[in-house]
Design a protein around this ligand. Structure first.
Ligand SMILES: Cc1cc2nc3c(=O)[nH]c(=O)nc-3n(C[C@H](O)[C@H](O)[C@H](O)COP(=O)(O)OP(=O)(O)OC[C@H]3O[C@@H](n4cnc5c(N)ncnc54)[C@H](O)[C@@H]3O)c2cc1C
Length: 312
């Protein structure tokens, strides 16, 4: 066993880094473990303009500020780790990576979420050759080109608008006849004349040669197929929790999001879940950092209660 901590935090996005700040500041021996570098989803997008007090801040800049703040406290970092297994059921929780065996009295799961794929022919083949899940990362490659964004939520509309900085035309493909995005975002979309919305349609196939050249759309009302010439496709149809590692060890909903109570306790004592990976009504940076703070404080209370129990 490498080392035993008070708290191990799995995942170094906003939720995990907030939990680390609260935990280490509360003088708990804290470790943060990530399969990648720190930052989480905000490292990949252009701008965040709804985090109170941080007007028009780059997502990457916000992630960097979180990390700098965390570095003010003693947090052991284990980054770029390949996780082999996690044992949540014993009193001491164990995280085994290829290089380390870490254990802790409490574990906070902050592993976030990832984009859902369209699962259509050509999507995998053209990934990185026209198919992208990150407009901010790849938007620059679409200067004066034509792209399709797929989806009807906030992310789809925002990324479609972002892409118009580069692309000469964006088709926004939505399977329903109205968006579920916030009204304020829908209003902004209406004033963008580079975007053409195609309602009641799904993408059936992505095709091309070396790179994407076109997509086949299906009108879900008429059943008719049509060809649309595009240079790229950006699916923004939802997210999937990064929770496979924990399956069978704690309670999850039908989609795999981890169930918690309002102090972030999961169904396993001493294990907490925070941010996008948990069953929550709102997945935003502000809710993720709030969850992280609550979990760290209640992990502390859990350890205090365990000490009291031992002493009676
Ligand atoms: C395009 C886009 C735009 C957005 N815009 C906004 C916005 O404007 N405002 C806003 O508030 N929110 C926005 N969001 C949502 C926001 O980014 C998320 O709600 C937030 O990042 C969730 O934080 P998190 O820490 O729970 O998860 P994440 O940010 O997903 O971080 C999870 C971390 O866990 C790591 N990880 C994954 N699996 C494992 C594992 N098995 N073991 C260890 N580590 C693991 C990942 O590498 C990652 O670092 C946007 C999201 C997207 C995709």
């Amino acid at each position: 066993m490498d080392k035993t901590f008070d708290t191990i935090i799995l995942g170094g996005g906003p939720a995990g880094m907030s939990a680390a700040i609260y935990s280490a500041r509360g003088l708990c021996e804290t470790a943060i473990v990530d399969t990648c570098t720190l930052g989480g989803q905000p490292s990949n997008y252009m701008e965040i303009d709804n985090y109170p007090g941080m007007m028009k801040l780059g997502g990457f800049d916000l992630a960097e500020k979180f990390e700098k703040h965390m570095d003010m406290y003693k947090v052991s970092k284990f980054l770029m780790q390949e996780i082999e297994y996690i044992d949540l059921r014993s009193e001491i929780k164990v995280v085994k990576t290829k290089e380390h065996t870490l254990s802790a009295k409490t574990l906070i799961i902050a592993t976030g979420a990832r984009p859902i794929h369209l699962n259509v022919e050509g999507e995998e083949k053209f990934a990185g050759r026209g198919v992208s899940y990150c407009a901010v990362c790849d938007g620059g490659f679409f200067k004066d080109k034509v792209a399709a964004v797929v989806g009807g939520g906030n992310s789809a509309l925002e990324e479609a608008m972002y892409l118009t900085k580069f692309a000469k035309k964006i088709y926004l493909i939505h399977r329903r006849d109205e968006f579920r995005a916030d009204k304020v975002i829908q209003e902004r979309l209406k004033s963008n004349d580079k975007i053409e919305v195609i309602y009641n349609s799904t993408v059936e196939k992505i095709q091309g040669d070396e790179v994407v050249k076109s997509i086949i759309l299906k009108n879900v009302k008429t059943g008719e197929n049509s060809l649309l010439e595009v240079d790229g496709v950006f699916p923004y149809i939802g997210i999937h929790p990064n929770s496979e590692l924990f399956s069978g060890q704690l309670e999850q909903d039908a989609k795999g999001f981890i169930m918690t109570d309002n102090t972030m306790n999961t169904s396993v004592p001493g294990v907490f879940a925070v941010g996008d990976v948990r069953n929550t009504p709102l997945r935003q940076v502000i809710t993720a950092v709030s969850d992280g703070a609550v979990a760290a404080v209640y992990a502390g209370k859990y350890m205090e209660a365990a000490v009291v129990k031992q002493n009676v």
